[in-house]
Design a protein around this ligand. Structure first.
Ligand code: KG4
Ligand code: ZN
Length: 341
């Protein structure tokens, strides 16, 4: 690696993945190590925060060592450490933040705090180095559903957000209700392939006067009501049909609001990000909407959609280049808002 390159070691522990990566010049991913805790949480039907924190502590050193080894670099060659400091589970975030601060202090390496959702958005730069702000981005994860205008690196205008459940959360809750288990998104997507998306017409919520806001709690309740009603009437429930009809309702709303934003802002570029952005039905719907309007469509590969540290390394690179540095008083901020520092 040349001396002029900017090498970032990134650490991500905001939820149930312990992850570390080495990213060069803001898009070259030299390593991307993810230790998933999904199997541990599956027995409980969702993420148990205390278990997540403990597992991060067990894994974080090993994951970082592996990321450095795979990238064939030592800490002496690292220009900055980027770490997710919010939003997320406080105990989980603290593990990454404490680790990053310890390395920064011991090796005298600059520290950069990264917003998790900013990381998700920046995942788009990895495989599309030609993508530059301004652009519109639909961020859909387990904790967030935002329509964002990326004005510049590190500058975001939130056009709309969910009023209640995040899209991923709705996938997870409905999957649990229909007996598919955790994590719900991929399981619903697989089940939906065998089902009829028009079997049940679930509601598509619109929010009066707020064209870019979302609401998924009514949809979730509608699925639960449908299940209860079917049980009371002794009707058979076809799991694949419910999965397909639910997925269609969620993606219709996500795509509908995205189209409104595309048309209102006349943007030439549209990106999607976050765990739910790996959903094929959502991706194809947005692709089609973009194609019809001559808009370039960007999306990360699935491994960069769900939680990973490479995306944190990309976001840290732009913050580092912008002169942003965190002190050793950096703390975990579980409800950190996008655009806040
Ligand atoms: O971005 P992410 O890994 O973590 C958060 O920051 O929340 O997103 C996880 C969420 C989960 O709710 C999961 O069910 C959802 O993303 N997800 C999907 C798919 N893969 C993951 N949702 C729909 N379809 C998928 N293929
Ligand atoms: Zn995430």
């Amino acid at each position: 690696m040349s001396k002029d390159e900017v090498k970032i070691l990134a650490i991500e522990t905001s939820c149930d993945e312990t992850a570390a990566a080495v990213v060069v010049d803001g898009y070259k991913v030299r390593s991307n190590v993810i230790s998933s805790q999904i199997a541990l949480h599956t027995v409980y039907g969702g993420v148990v925060p205390e278990i997540a924190s403990r597992k991060h502590i067990e894994k974080v050193n090993q994951v970082i060592e592996q990321a450095l080894a795979e990238a064939e670099v030592t800490l002496d060659e690292i220009d900055a450490i980027g770490v997710t400091y919010g939003p997320g589970l406080v105990g989980a975030l603290l593990v990454g933040v404490a680790e990053a601060k310890a390395i920064s202090y011991a090796k005298n390496i600059p520290l950069v705090g990264v917003h998790h959702i900013e990381g998700h958005i920046c995942a788009n730069y990895i495989e599309n180095p030609e993508l530059k702000p301004p652009f519109l981005c639909l961020v859909v994860s387990g904790g967030h559903t935002h329509l964002v205008r990326v004005e510049a690196y590190g500058r975001y205008e939130i056009l709309g957000r969910t009023r209640d459940d995040a899209a991923g959360e709705a996938f997870d809750k409905v999957a649990r209700a229909i007996g598919l288990g955790y994590p719900g998104g991929p399981k619903i997507e697989a089940a939906a392939r065998e089902g009829n998306p028009h079997a049940v017409e679930f509601p598509r919520a619109k929010i009066e006067g707020e064209p870019y806001d979302f609401s998924f709690s009514g949809l979730k309740s509608a699925v639960l009501n449908y299940l209860n009603m079917s049980k009371m009437k002794g009707m058979d429930v076809v799991q694949a049909d419910i999965a397909a009809s639910f997925q269609k309702a969620v993606t219709d709303v996500l795509i509908g609001n995205s189209i409104r934003a595309m048309e209102a802002f006349g943007s030439k570029r549209f990106a999607i990000a976050g765990g739910v952005a790996s959903n094929g039905a959502l991706r194809e719907g947005i692709r089609e909407a973009c194609e019809q309007r001559g808009i370039a469509f960007y999306h990360p590969s699935p491994v960069f959609c769900t939680d990973n540290a490479a995306m944190i390394g990309v976001a840290a690179y732009y913050a580092y280049r912008n002169g942003e540095r965190a002190g050793l008083d950096l703390n975990a901020v579980p409800n950190l808002r996008l655009g806040e520092r």
